[in-house]
Each structure stands twice: as structure tokens, then as C-alpha cells.
Design a protein around this ligand. Structure first.
Ligand SMILES: [Zn+2]
Length: 304
């Protein structure tokens, strides 16, 4: 059952890859809009000097918080790590697979409102790592928000909502697209978000299918993307999401050699202490499904 579920997710992602042209077309048709928002983004960061950025960094943006008080869990084995991609209007998208990974901002906001209303804490990846690896306690209602590929709409649409709710999120960046492909986040946007509580981590250089690559080639893209982000953000990058969740027998060694300490697949389920920390599950938030599925996946580790 589980492996057929994994196969199904794999199939969906294969379709996604095959239809990437469709998505590219959509982004292309939005190019003018994109340019406008990109300019706006540059404008909004260009005027901020270093002191302003420093002012905006508050203690609550620490990547590793100490959780105290009641309602903490030490030994619960699993936490849902939600997987998002694009946060944008999908009403004109006809391809089902593409549509499933483009979540409209108002739906995203509804989900964040649900998390807020129900007392959820959004963990950083450092906090998740410390929970999984070092048994550090976290609030009972903990969740991790992740965004794959680093689409520009993560800045224009998701980031303002996350800020509004005081939530933390992680963006896995295809570093070869940074400042080169209009649909992706710019380095200025990545820097701004990093300084304001978002976590910026790796998603390889060119979204390579790792399952087709040698150890050497995998290590190359894993290490280069890590170095790119470390240089850009002047911080350590320890975590990665494998593109399309694909991996082979070399991947674990490649990830270790490149210096990663935790990594994510798209295998369905909650991130579990019993799983190899370099192959953690994630919860796919399907844009074609309603809030009921969102709630179910958030509350049932063994969701269907
Ligand atoms: Zn991806």
C-alpha cells in the first residue's frame, strides 16, 4: 500500500516534469507581471540599508528556539513537514498535475489561518533536526512548512502571509535559476527573506534527477548549490530537498560528502525519527483538494 502510494506520488511528479513546459509557458505569459513584481521587489529591497535590515532581525528569528513550558513532546516520533511549490492563482492552468502544485494565495492563507487558530508552531529546519536527532522537545502541535524550487511567488504571495501570521518557512532553491530565470526568486529576495526569518536551503543547481547520476555528479550539484547559498547568505546550509524526491544508492553518500545533515524526499508521510534522516518523508499539500484533506494530513500520521 505504502509503496504503491510512493509510486503514485512518483508518477504524479513524473507528469509534473513532463509538463514543466506548460508551467514555463504560464510563467512566460505572466512575464510582464513578473517583471513588474520583480522591479517592485528590487525597489523594496534597494532602499533598505544594512541598518534597516538589522533592525528587522528580532530574537524571534533565531533559527533554533528553546521551547519551554507545558505541551512539549520529547519522544513523539513524527512531525508533518508540509510540501508546497508555487503559491499563485491556478485558475487558468488546465494541466491537472501542474494545477495540483500551484496553490492559490487565498487557499494558502486559509491553511495558515487554520494553523494559527489551532495553536500550531511552525518549526525551522534546525528545530526539526534537533527534535529528530537530539530528542529536543518541541510543541505538541508542531509543523514544518517547506517550499520547493523557489518560485518568485513565494516572495510576492507566500512570504507576506507567513509574516502576517509570524510563521517560519523553508525555501529549497534551485540555485542555477537564481537571478537567471524570471520565475525564480532573485538573490535580493532570498537575502531579504533569510534576514527575516525564512530559511533558505538547497534544491540542487539545476533540479537534476539524482537517481540517474553517479556519486561524483550528485556530489557536484549538491556541493555547488550549497556553496552558492552559503556565499550568498553568509551562513551554513545544512539541508536539502532532492529534486522530484528522486535518489539512488549513491545519494546518501553524496549528501554526506557534500556536508548535508538532513534531507527530504517527496515520499508520503510525516518526518519520522525511525527514518534515515537523509531520506525524510513530506506531506504533499495538493491544490486540487480542500481544507479537509489538509486537516487530515496534518493530524493523522498514517493518512491515506
Ligand atoms: Zn523541485
Amino acid at each position: 500500500m505504502r509503496s504503491s502510494k510512493i509510486r503514485l506520488i512518483g508518477l504524479v511528479l513524473l507528469i509534473v516534469v513532463l509538463t514543466v513546459g506548460t508551467v514555463a509557458y504560464i510563467f512566460d505569459s505572466k512575464k510582464n507581471n513578473s517583471k513588474v513584481s520583480s522591479n517592485r521587489a528590487q525597489k523594496s529591497t534597494a532602499g533598505i540599508n544594512k541598518t534597516d535590515v538589522e533592525k528587522k532581525i528580532e530574537p524571534k528569528y533565531n533559527k533554533l528556539r528553546e521551547f519551554k513550558g507545558k505541551d512539549l513532546v520529547h519522544n513523539d516520533k513524527q512531525i508533518p513537514v508540509l510540501m508546497y511549490h508555487s503559491i499563485a492563482d491556478n485558475s487558468k492552468v488546465t494541466n491537472v498535475a501542474s494545477k495540483s502544485i500551484i496553490l492559490p494565495p487565498e487557499v494558502f492563507k486559509e491553511q495558515m489561518q487554520y494553523l494559527k487558530d489551532n495553536g500550531y508552531t511552525t518549526l525551522t529546519l534546525d528545530e526539526l533536526y534537533n527534535f529528530l536527532k537530539n530528542d529536543k522537545p518541541v510543541p505538541q502541535k508542531s509543523v514544518v512548512l517547506t517550499f520547493d524550487d523557489a518560485y518568485e511567488d513565494n516572495y510576492t504571495n507566500a512570504y507576506p502571509i507567513l509574516k502576517e501570521f509570524g510563521f517560519r518557512g523553508t525555501i529549497f532553491v534551485i540555485t542555477g535559476g537564481t537571478d537567471k530565470i524570471g520565475a525564480y526568486l532573485t538573490s535580493a529576495q532570498l537575502k531579504e527573506m533569510d534576514a527575516n526569518g525564512m530559511d533558505i536551503q538547497s534544491h540542487t543547481v539545476n533540479h537534476e534527477d539524482l537517481d540517474t547520476l553517479s556519486l561524483e555528479k550528485q556530489q557536484e550539484t549538491l556541493a555547488q548549490s550549497k556553496q552558492f547559498l552559503e556565499k550568498l547568505l553568509n551562513k551554513k546550509v545544512d539541508y536539502i530537498a532532492y529534486p522530484s524526491g528522486k535518489y539512488n544508492d549513491f545519494t546518501e553518500q553524496a549528501a554526506k560528502n557534500a556536508g548535508y545533515t538532513m534531507a527530504f524526499t517527496i515520499n508520503s508521510g510525516w518526518a519520522n525519527k525511525d527514518t534515515n534522516i537523509l531520506f525524510l518523508n513530506r506531506v504533499f499539500v495538493n491544490a486540487l483538494k480542500g481544507i479537509d484533506q489538509f486537516k487530515e494530513r496534518l493530524t493523522s500520521p498514517n493518512y491515506e
